[in-house]
Design a protein around this ligand. Sequence first.
Ligand SMILES: Nc1ncnc2c1ncn2[C@@H]1O[C@H](COP(=O)(O)OP(=O)(O)O)[C@@H](O)[C@H]1O
Ligand SMILES: Cc1cn([C@H]2C[C@H](O)[C@@H](COP(=O)(O)OP(=O)(O)O)O2)c(=O)[nH]c1=O
Length: 221
Amino acid sequence: MTEAGRFVTFEGGEGVGKSTQLDLLAAHLRARGLEVVTTREPGGTPRAEALRKVLLSGRIAPLGTLAEAALFAAARLDHVQNLIAPALARGAFVLCDRFTDSTRAYQGARGGVAPQQLALLERAAVGALRPDLTIVLDLPPGVGMNRAAERRAARGLRADRFEAEDAVFHEGLRRAFLDIAEQEPERCCVIDAGQPVDAVARAIRQLVEARFLDAQAAAAQ
Ligand SMILES: Nc1ncnc2c1ncn2[C@@H]1O[C@H](COP(=O)(O)OP(=O)(O)O)[C@@H](O)[C@H]1O
Ligand SMILES: Cc1cn([C@H]2C[C@H](O)[C@@H](COP(=O)(O)OP(=O)(O)O)O2)c(=O)[nH]c1=O
């Protein structure tokens, strides 16, 4: 468990619906009167957002995946110290779009950085902090990539460093997230993201309520 608050992360490949579902869960929890902080990685603080720009531009890629992993960790260190940890200490729900599992999947499983090196970077960035719950949104990569491409077209954006990777990369990513969920079943929950938005949102609400809010209500009785 984290400190007083609750730390929930959303993970999965591109276009699986992480930010859509994060916003819906935030609205639901706020309607119940809870303090909710929504954030994302890489980013979440001004310094980490500056690192995000460089990472997603692809300018770090020539330095290799270990250097990329180190920069993701640097962004995460600032994010944890200045936003996530203080919010948890206040007792807030912190909902984060991607976190350490994205580094494990993208830079580790797909990028080939050794697990021991990733573990060192992770420890330096987050210390003992672990998400209380990680929601892994699972979708065949073709569907997610199409969704992400439609979203980009609607916003007039180009594919970033990772969206531009090929189908084999994205299929491997899906497997990597499912493997993480299998290894840590108490922390991770896999949800079928191919369902309509409302059905996915309902599944997530039920999960969060059962895990955090029902238990709280029972303890208060
Ligand atoms: N369950 C869903 N079914 C169909 N389209 C969806 C669903 N969830 C999200 N989308 C759409 O897919 C695109 C990507 O969703 P988004 O939440 O931005 O994904 P992510 O944050 O995982 O990249 C958006 O245009 C969004 O409206
Ligand atoms: C947090 C994190 C993200 N990433 C990648 C995954 C995404 O391609 C990108 C973040 O872009 P973003 O637009 O937030 O993700 P999405 O496309 O799912 O909406 O950075 C890593 O490679 N390692 C990490 O540790």
